[in-house]
Write a protein of this length. Structure first.
Length: 446
């Protein structure tokens, strides 16, 4: 009866076909290549493998790869074309701040590599107040303004265009006397010279303020008026033409009811700065913008999938809702996390995901209360939110095209539900027409 079984099969070895665990699909395996640190360069195959998937941490590592060398050369050419500095001996009694290269791989919305970016950054952390800088503040657009801006454009069927300012911080005029050492890899006949900065540079504490002041000046010359509610919003109305601009550092969104006026304004900006026209708005601050006859759909699907992947829960069973209604996280007595950083990072990412996910607001509010000393139960609660995302990674908000611009708000609160302070938690949701633009969960102060 057992004659068909081969004799060379080891005892205890099952005949059932083996399959890898689903959990293993959550992780990307890497091959670590160790090499002699004295060696001037790695093998070509190792170099290509590393440069295609990782961002260099030092100039010595980046200079080995042609794509990063080209990126650094392009940055130097842009700095010289912009007259960012002049080479001069260091005056007596002055000091020169150091600098370094920072490398970043830019991606498209679908995850494809767009370009390799090298940025020269000065050590602004060594600046002295009153000596190297004075004022530093520069505004960025509030997220409620971004959503309201897009909701109005959807309701009025206005065009939406996006512009990116190339090397934005380099356009700002620097009024302080600041010196910088020569950039790594930058060769001059006299290596004792330093750079006297004429324009702002990435890393300077006042760089964002200098750039924003330069941009505001250019917009006001064109006839735009700066909003008092949000200093990053600019409007211009002439006869029947309406133009609006929303600024987030070096990203600009333009909306308007006249395509000719929009193109004319874009040409004006290109004359003022080195602009990159990204065309119709599709991807902004990690938010995917999809336009249809129904309106504008905002989602952070790629960002949500990145969170799920990083947590290792791609193969997990989705949760029906983000947090238990009768949770007892405030009174948990479980062990403290040895390393709280993963918890803080996860909660921080969930906070930004709530920009287009009102359904996460309450759960994120609860989890944010334990960032100082998270425990194991808090970590499990955060992972539950991720499992909830697993069931709906592409969920977002729809800014409707068939909506008026009437403001409507809803609010509610519990009754002294916080077990530690016995304070109530309030929540509100504001619609512009039928489009959600503002929401929040907040513990009451009294």
């Amino acid at each position: 009866m057992l004659s068909h079984v081969e004799e060379n099969i080891p005892l205890g070895r099952g005949l059932r076909a083996k399959q890898s665990s689903v959990r293993l699909k959550d992780y990307v395996t890497h091959t670590v290549i160790r090499q002699n640190p004295i060696s001037p360069s790695p093998t070509p195959s190792a170099s290509a493998a590393v440069s295609s998937h990782t961002e260099p941490q030092s100039f010595r590592e980046a200079v080995k790869h042609p794509e990063w060398r080209e990126a650094m050369q392009a940055e130097i050419q842009a700095l010289e074309k912009n007259s960012t500095w002049t080479l001069t001996p260091l005056p007596s009694g002055k000091r020169a701040l150091g600098c370094r290269w920072v490398y970043k791989i830019k991606y498209h919305a679908d995850g494809r590599v767009e370009r390799h970016k090298a940025r020269l950054v000065i050590f602004g952390n060594r600046q002295v107040a009153g000596l190297d800088y004075t004022e530093t503040f520069a505004p960025v657009a509030k997220m409620v303004t971004v959503r309201a801006f897009l909701a109005v454009a959807a309701s009025k069927n206005w065009e939406l265009h996006q512009l990116d300012v190339h090397n934005a911080f380099l356009h700002g005029d620097l009024h302080e006397e600041v010196y910088m050492t020569l950039p790594p890899g930058y060769s001059t006949p006299d290596p004792t010279l330093v750079c006297r900065l004429k324009k702002s540079l990435y890393g300077l504490k006042q760089a964002p303020r200098c750039w924003f002041a330069k941009l505001v000046s250019a917009l006001q010359r064109y006839g735009f008026t700066q909003s008092f509610a949000d200093y990053s919003l600019f409007t211009r109305a002439t006869d029947s033409v309406q133009l609006n601009v929303l600024v987030y550092v070096d990203d600009l969104i333009i909306s308007g009811n006249d395509s000719v006026a929009i193109n004319s304004f874009k040409s004006y900006l290109s004359d003022c700065f080195h602009m990159k026209d990204l065309g119709k708005l599709k991807y902004f601050l990690g938010i995917e913008v999809a336009r249809s006859s129904s309106g504008l759909f905002l989602t952070q699907r790629k960002y949500a999938l990145d969170i799920i992947t990083e947590a290792g829960l791609l193969g997990a069973k989705p949760a029906a809702f983000p947090i238990e209604q009768n949770h007892n996280l405030a009174h948990t007595s479980g062990p403290s996390l040895t390393d709280p950083e993963p918890y803080r990072r996860l909660v921080g990412r969930l906070i930004y995901l709530a920009v287009t996910r009102p359904d996460l607001t309450y759960a994120v509010h609860i989890l944010s209360q334990f960032l100082h000393s998270p425990r194991l139960d808090h970590w499990h609660a955060a992972l539950r939110v991720v499992r909830y995302l697993k069931g709906s990674p592409g969920q977002g908000i729809l800014l409707r095209a068939d909506s008026d611009l009437t403001l409507t708000g809803w609010c509610d609160s519990d009754w002294a539900a916080c077990p530690l302070t016995r304070k109530s938690v309030s929540g509100w949701l504001v619609f512009l027409g039928h489009s959600p633009v503002s929401w929040k969960t907040k513990k009451q102060t009294t």
